[in-house]
Design a protein around this ligand. Structure first.
Ligand code: ZN
Length: 341
């Protein structure tokens, strides 16, 4: 599927090391406790300071690696800003620690800051109720549901001490670093207001999770917005990236930097079209969201965490088809949702 993408770097930087990818732009990686093993972060050289883009999850290992980088690579200049692409714990987990360590601000889109802040403030009782109602509607087996309640807290811990103030990044922001302007492309669907950062002069885009080369980002209907249509938002958000020249070097949050943006955009749309078609084809008789998930992920062994992700993703596809008029939804006698062509 990715035969047409070009990957200019054959190796990634080791933990605590950095690798130059463009003039004043350095790549580093932090380990992750997920099936996805690493996140890519970016260190941008400014006139008399450094700018960090995304942070890694909050744990002792990430902190140690950051300190290693500070000692070895900053050349006596301080860090002046932390900029985030979006609110997920692998991207902002260390934002609290970094902004305190350097006494600086976190730059982030408003909805991303709010989402992370809400995660910190969430009360467990309300979250548990919300979760039961949501997964009952989707037809998840009760025993699996019990085990999954633990996952919520696990995520909260990786967010660390999230900053209580922020500097707002918007689609109109022009962020000057090292005399060059970085513009912001806001995308939806993977997270509320995901920011990708594009520097025309360098022909580089920090794609975050919107522009991953091989995997597709998690796109889930959330418990808080059970009638949401995030996949349509994601697919619509991709269109703006066609205006970025195809010569751009894409710096994604996972896997390797690559070229051929427009091919990748085509592939992402094609992938979701195929997944949607599979669902529509299988809904001649009505099915629950869980049954559709089992069909979509029949080729994979899913642990509890994977089931939540897979189910959320399946519903995102189902809802896009429903809102396009290709599927109908109704509640069965138990109150769970079923879908039919
Ligand atoms: Zn993400």
């Amino acid at each position: 599927m990715t035969a047409n993408l070009k990957f200019p770097f054959s190796t990634a930087p080791e933990g605590g090391e950095i690798k130059q990818v463009a003039d004043g732009v350095y790549w580093l990686r932090m380990p992750l406790p997920f099936s996805l093993k690493f996140i890519n972060l970016w260190l941008l050289e400014d006139d008399d300071s450094w700018v960090i883009v995304d942070t890694g999850v909050c744990n002792d290992e990430t902190e140690m690696l950051w300190k290693q980088i500070f000692e070895k690579y900053l050349g006596g200049k301080p860090v002046s800003r932390v900029i985030a692409t979006h609110c997920h714990p692998d991207h902002i987990g260390m934002a609290g620690w970094l902004t305190e360590y350097w006494d600086i601000e976190l730059w982030i889109p408003q909805a991303e800051w709010q989402q992370a802040r809400m995660g910190v403030l969430a009360d467990p009782e309300t979250s548990a109720k919300l979760m039961s109602a949501h997964y009952d509607r989707l037809g998840i087996p009760a025993d699996a549901m019990k085990r999954m309640r633990r996952i919520g807290n696990y995520f909260k811990n990786m967010n660390g001490n999230f900053p209580i103030t922020y500097r707002r990044v918007t689609g109109d922001s022009k962020i000057k670093i090292n005399g060059r302007i970085w513009t912001v492309l806001i995308g939806h669907g993977h997270s509320p207001e995901h920011a990708s950062y594009y520097c025309k002069e360098l022909d580089v885009i920090i794609g975050g999770d919107m522009l991953l080369p091989k995997i597709t980002p998690a796109i889930s209907v959330s418990m808080e917005e059970p009638n949401g249509n995030p996949l349509q938002q994601f697919v619509d958000s991709l269109e703006q990236f066609y205006d970025v020249p195809d010569t751009v070097l894409i710096l994604p949050s996972h896997e390797m930097p690559y070229y051929n943006l427009h091919t990748r955009l085509d592939e992402l749309k094609e992938h979701h079209d195929q997944r949607c078609q599979l669902i529509v084809d299988n809904c001649e008789e009505s099915k629950s969201a869980m049954e559709i998930t089992e069909i979509m992920f029949a080729h994979r062994e899913l642990n509890d965490f994977d089931i939540l992700m897979a189910l959320g993703e399946a519903v995102a596809h189902i809802h896009m088809m429903m809102y396009q008029g290709k599927l109908k939804r109704f509640a069965n006698e138990q109150g769970s949702w079923e879908f039919i062509r």
